[in-house]
Ligand binder design. Sequence first.
Ligand code: FES
Length: 158
Amino acid sequence: MDAVITTVQSTLTRHQNEKRALIAILQDIQAEYNFLPREALEFVAKSLGVPLIDVIGVATFYRAFSLKPRGRHLVTVCLGTACHVRGGPKILSEFVKKLAISPGDTTKDKHFTLETVACLGCCAIGPVVVVDGNYYAHTTIRKVDSIVRKYAKKRVKK
Ligand code: FES
């Protein structure tokens, strides 16, 4: 049996194949693979007796889920109004330059994924960047360099 299906099977068993546990099941799969593989979604739909379109609907509704493979480190740059006027676009440009990818893309080595968000709800500390759930307040171009170096180092240690 395919490794993805085996993992998804154990996730479903843990959640007792409950349809109402769909979000928790998807969270577990996302935690395992850092995205939701298509074959996993198909297997979940079939196992729960839910139309695939419904599973995909849930998977695409929540920002926490991704249907595309993500890198080990998720960099999110806020471009909401408050962060925008405080230099958010310049911060994003610096990440684009340093990582050599566009927003929505993942580096070839699958180390970084770069995304943008409309507002993180902490406008007073903008421009805000979040990496793997860690918030960086009042981000400057110099801080971008240190953030990238910090997470790039984590690659070397592994
Ligand atoms: S606009 Fe960036 S946190 Fe609200």
